[in-house]
Write a protein that binds this ligand. Sequence first.
Ligand SMILES: C[S@@+](CC[C@H](N)C(=O)[O-])C[C@H]1O[C@@H](n2cnc3c(N)ncnc32)[C@H](O)[C@@H]1O
Length: 260
Amino acid sequence: MTSPSSATSTWAAGDYPAMAAHLSPAADRVVAAAAPGPGTTVLDVGTGTGNAAFAAARTGAAVTAVDPTPELLAIARRRADEEGLAVTFEEGDTDRLPGTHDRVLSVFGAMYAPDHARAADALVRACAPGGRIVSAAWTPDGLMAAANRAAGPYLPPPPPGGQPPVRWGDAAYVRALFAGHEVSVTTERVSFAFASPAAAAAFWVRTAGHLQAERDRLLADDSWLALHHDLAAVFADHTTADGTVDANSAYLLAVVRPDR
Ligand SMILES: C[S@@+](CC[C@H](N)C(=O)[O-])C[C@H]1O[C@@H](n2cnc3c(N)ncnc32)[C@H](O)[C@@H]1O
């Protein structure tokens, strides 16, 4: 979930669909801000297992959804079949976006591009005249970033030149990325409830492909439990009186109207 790079192999290594189930309110929020409908075309960038693509398709819009991780696209296609939703899924990323669309969405997707400025330019190019880009990105001071910091020491160093994904969740940074275009932002939240900090940490590790990818190495050097412990400490800050965890993770919702 908090992968510092766009390396696609790791996104499929964990139980991402379980995390995506928690994130669907954010996809709904992005689609509501985009307000697609019958007669509009939508591109969902970094669709993962398809949350935003499906929410957009339910409005009657014609939806294309791209993601660089084939395993997640396969799950998205299966979900579309089950729900009887017509969405065109394609393998792609911010460097490979098909066509132009009335609405361009990215829910915790473009933030993982290795070059944010290039990704923002690509979103603008993919947006039809008069259209709208809507993105969601975890904020640098939120729960997701805190979990990322806790897990950082257990991970290989990020690739040189890569940009921290959560920078896309900073309002000033996003305004600079889309300089010259009209940008409005709000801070929104996704809720997470767990039976305990340990349960929260276990969920985080199970769903995060970039942590699962390091499992064997961390077990071998005896730091797998320490990773869980350090993540549990992040969630302990959100413990309620009965010992359960009631946390929320802030994200920046940005609506961009490209000036053409
Ligand atoms: C946190 S998941 C979000 C998935 C989905 N949008 C959701 O809300 O559940 C991040 C997704 O971004 C994709 N991704 C990573 N780098 C990307 C890039 N450069 N362009 C587009 N998508 C990318 C990953 O494959 C993954 O599916």
